[in-house]
Design a protein around this ligand. Structure first.
Ligand SMILES: Nc1ncnc2c1ncn2[C@@H]1O[C@H](COP(=O)(O)OP(=O)(O)OP(=O)(O)O)[C@@H](O)[C@H]1O
Length: 353
């Protein structure tokens, strides 16, 4: 058996009566870009702080390359938590900020200088080495905060909402930058975010957390295409939900039509359930085992594709169908038009409601 890299074993954390993390187990691979995703209060930060050593475990163990790190102080762990950029020392230059951690570790002066210069090169901020944080843009400050964490060459870098303070454009640039740095340094990154798009773009694997537990762990593709719960389906990407009733072996929609699915989660007999379908799986052309008809309530233009909002008796809220520009060419959808869309049973996920 190959030894796992970072292993979180049945870890719990309670604060008084609050169960912040609840018997959670997870293996993270070497050089992996791993994202912890979940709503506010789901326990993401608590888990990260336990990994970093800023929070004791109430139960369980954490091992790195087979050795427990649960009892080690933060500075003795080969894991480094990247603090937000506003935690930079304002009176120190960029270079001094980056050197600080190495000076604390009492490394020889020449080595500190070499490592600081090397990292300044990698983050492309060499020309700003002598500036103070207040003389930098938000994105540049973020890079310095990252450099300060990376210069210590941790085996694992923990990042808590690292891009939270940046505007949308800068965020997308930094997402790519983070991926590049992770690749270049060959360090395992564990990032906490509540931004699902960010997790999809950057991560090799994603864990969805809810109430201190893991709901699903998988690649962005796995989670997007094969969500295992209504929560996961709703949390990642856009999803249509159609209420259905289980009658015998069939699932019947609000208008009496049978909805066919090849992906049915275990459900109470004859209970209320919900069918989930991605907007891009609904087609005006082609064939599918399922179809719905309705009236176009809105047409939203999104460059390469259109989003059609379709009023249908199958659901209280309009169903969204994503149409490519090519598909739309032959159909010229307009508000008020009747429309029929089809989709296949394999693109239909049914969950308990
Ligand atoms: N020091 C503490 N004392 C008491 N309760 C805490 C403490 N830290 C966290 N909690 C509680 O534990 C739960 C999980 O919090 P945590 O910060 O880990 O969630 P999160 O998923 O990171 O949320 P957010 O996205 O808002 O940061 C919450 O109910 C929170 O109120």
């Amino acid at each position: 058996m190959t030894q796992s890299f970072l292993s979180i074993k049945d870890v719990s954390k309670t604060f008084g009566t609050v169960q912040a993390v609840d018997g959670l187990s997870l293996d993270i691979r070497k050089n992996e870009f791993f994202a912890l995703l979940g709503a506010s209060g789901s326990g993401k930060t608590t888990l990260l702080r336990m990994l970093a050593g800023f929070e004791d475990l109430s139960a369980g163990d954490i091992t790195l390359e087979g050795t427990s790190i649960a009892g080690l102080a933060p500075n003795q762990r080969p894991l480094n938590l990247m603090f937000q950029s506003y935690a930079l020392f304002p009176h120190m230059t960029v270079a001094q900020n980056i050197a600080y951690g190495l000076e604390m570790d009492r490394l020889p002066k020449a080595e500190i200088a070499a490592r600081v210069n090397e990292i300044l090169e990698v983050i492309q901020l060499g020309h700003l080495a002598k500036r103070k944080p207040e003389q930098l843009s938000g994105g540049q400050r973020q890079r310095v905060a990252l450099a300060r964490a990376l210069v210590k060459r941790p085996k694992v870098l923990l990042l808590d909402e690292p891009l939270g303070a940046l505007d949308k454009k800068l965020r997308s640039e930094m997402q790519l930058e983070l991926k590049r740095l992770q690749h270049e340094f060959g360090i395992t990154f564990i990032i906490v975010t509540h931004d699902q798009e960010e997790a999809l773009v950057m991560a090799d694997r994603i864990a969805i957390m809810k109430d201190g537990k893991l709901l699903q762990v998988g690649t962005p593709h796995d989670i997007y295409e094969a969500p295992q719960s209504k929560f996961a389906a709703d949390f990642i990407g856009v999803m249509n939900f159609l209420p259905v009733e289980k009658k015998g072996t069939n699932f019947v929609g609000a208008d009496g039509s049978v909805i066919r699915s090849e992906s049915v989660t275990e459900i109470a007999k004859n209970g209320a359930a919900i069918a989930a379908i991605r907007p891009e799986r609904l087609h005006v052309t082609g064939t599918g085992e399922n179809q719905l008809s309705g009236e176009i309530a809105a047409v939203a233009y999104h460059g390469l594709d259109l989003l059609l909002h379709i009023k249908t008796p199958l659901s209280d809220t309009p169903v969204i169908s994503r149409m490519t520009a090519d598909e739309a060419d032959g159909h010229a959808p307009e508000v008020g038009q009747s429309i029929t869309v089809q989709w296949s049973a394999k693109d239909t996920h049914i969950f308990p409601n």
